[in-house]
Design a binder for this molecule. Sequence first.
Ligand SMILES: [Zn+2]
Length: 90
Amino acid sequence: MTTWAVLGVAVAAVGLVWYWSGRYGGRARRGTSLVRGPHTHVNAKGRAKVGYATREDALAGARRASARDGAPMSVYRCDTCARWHVGHAK
Ligand SMILES: [Zn+2]
């Protein structure tokens, strides 16, 4: 029965992630499957953003991106993957 317990936990984990992605996708913009907005786990192309382990790492990435794009960037803690992402400041 241990195998079934492990399988159940795995299915529950996948379901939880699916629920989260649907929830945040729905909040960002209706009518599209792509998650967009200033504080999301994915970029405008719908692909997962680079995740930084610490705020300091994210700030270093934000400085590089800001210098490249010439636009102010901000960092934020992601609710989806619990890492830090860089996004355009509003
Ligand atoms: Zn994320």
